[in-house]
Design a protein around this ligand. Structure first.
Ligand SMILES: Cc1cc2nc3c(=O)[nH]c(=O)nc-3n(C[C@H](O)[C@H](O)[C@H](O)COP(=O)(O)OP(=O)(O)OC[C@H]3O[C@@H](n4cnc5c(N)ncnc54)[C@H](O)[C@@H]3O)c2cc1C
Ligand code: FES
Length: 278
């Protein structure tokens, strides 16, 4: 009988510092067959564990179009994530999954896309961004609107520069507190509406960030004329099992681990749970 809770070892091949408390880990399953055959979808997550510390749900930030390895961008928050941060190249992480639903992909073809993220919220969205970039001709204009507390808190800095160079792709940045030499906007993500036209025509928005950001961006998108079904977001919720058994992740009538973590605004606008209410 298959035991869903058994994790598989993966060796850490590379670690990149993103911000003072956030690192990106590139890992490869130690079982070569599993490494070669493993499949996942953009927006899914895995339960990532360190023996003796426990496990935490973490989004897969790499794109399914780039095979053989997985990437996780992890902020050191508590026991598990701090233990992961203590690991070095060559050490082992344990993974089970992938879990949850995914961002649409085929349905986005031929559309203008807006990716809107705050802080580490760019991590799950990056999986879809790079999948889209690897199939760039299938999509129309792309705008990435990204905000963080300070310039040092922006993740994937060199990739933000690379995406800017791709034809028909714009990257707009904002921070709450600038540093000397900061040349972009100051303020919350919705302030970027002053820099670039956000046009709902033939467009879909993908967003991720803290609940307060999601709430205000969704309001702004509605004011800009987006339909509820064209506002797609990925939510975080405290989780245990990741597979719909424990009930830890429920918001109103949904289990984030199996009904989500990706939802359209249409599906969740009725949520009454305080931090996710619109
Ligand atoms: C689908 C999904 C994807 C995620 N993707 C990422 C990712 O890509 N990168 C990343 O860094 N994180 C991600 N997270 C968040 C991460 O799983 C949590 O931060 C996790 O709790 C960290 O575990 P920890 O043991 O290190 O910290 P914890 O000890 O769990 O503490 C982390 C934070 O959660 C709070 N907390 C602890 N227990 C509860 C509780 N019962 N209810 C509410 N809050 C509580 C703590 O106060 C603290 O602020 C994701 C979460 C989900 C659900
Ligand atoms: S995390 Fe256990 S039911 Fe969703």
């Amino acid at each position: 009988m298959k035991n869903e809770y058994i994790p598989f070892p993966a060796v850490i091949e590379d670690i990149r510092g993103e911000t003072v408390d956030t690192k990106t880990f590139r890992v490869r399953f130690t079982d070569k067959n599993l490494a070669d055959s493993f499949q996942y979808k953009q927006g899914q997550f895995m339960e990532v564990s360190v023996i003796g510390a426990g496990e935490a749900p973490i989004s897969i930030t790499s794109s399914p179009s780039r095979k053989g390895f997985l990437e996780f961008t992890i902020r050191a928050m508590g026991k598990v994530t701090k233990s992961i941060h203590d690991l070095k190249k060559g050490d082992t992480l344990y993974l089970r999954g992938p879990y949850g639903n995914s961002f649409p992909f085929e349905e986005l073809k031929g559309k203008n896309l807006y990716f809107i993220a705050g802080g580490i919220g760019l991590a799950p969205v990056r999986s879809l961004i790079n999948l889209v970039m690897d199939n760039r001709k299938d999509f129309k204009h792309i705008k990435i609107l990204y905000g963080a507390r300070t310039p040092d808190d922006l993740c994937f800095k060199s990739e933000l520069e690379d995406w800017k160079k791709i034809p028909d792709t714009e990257v707009w940045l904002t921070v709450d507190k600038p540093c000397v030499g900061w040349g972009c906007r100051i303020g919350v993500v919705t302030e970027l509406w002053k820099d670039t036209h956000v046009n709902p025509e033939n467009a879909v928005t993908i967003l991720c960030g803290p609940p307060i950001m999601i709430k205000f961006v969704a309001i702004k998108l509605k004011e800009s004329g987006f339909e509820d079904k064209d506002i797609i977001m990925t939510l975080e919720r405290y989780m245990k099992c990741g597979i719909g058994k424990c009930g830890h992740c429920n918001i109103d009538d949904k289990f984030v681990c199996i009904d989500g973590p990706v939802f359209s605004y249409e599906e969740i606008k009725h949520f009454r749970a305080k931090e996710h209410a619109f």
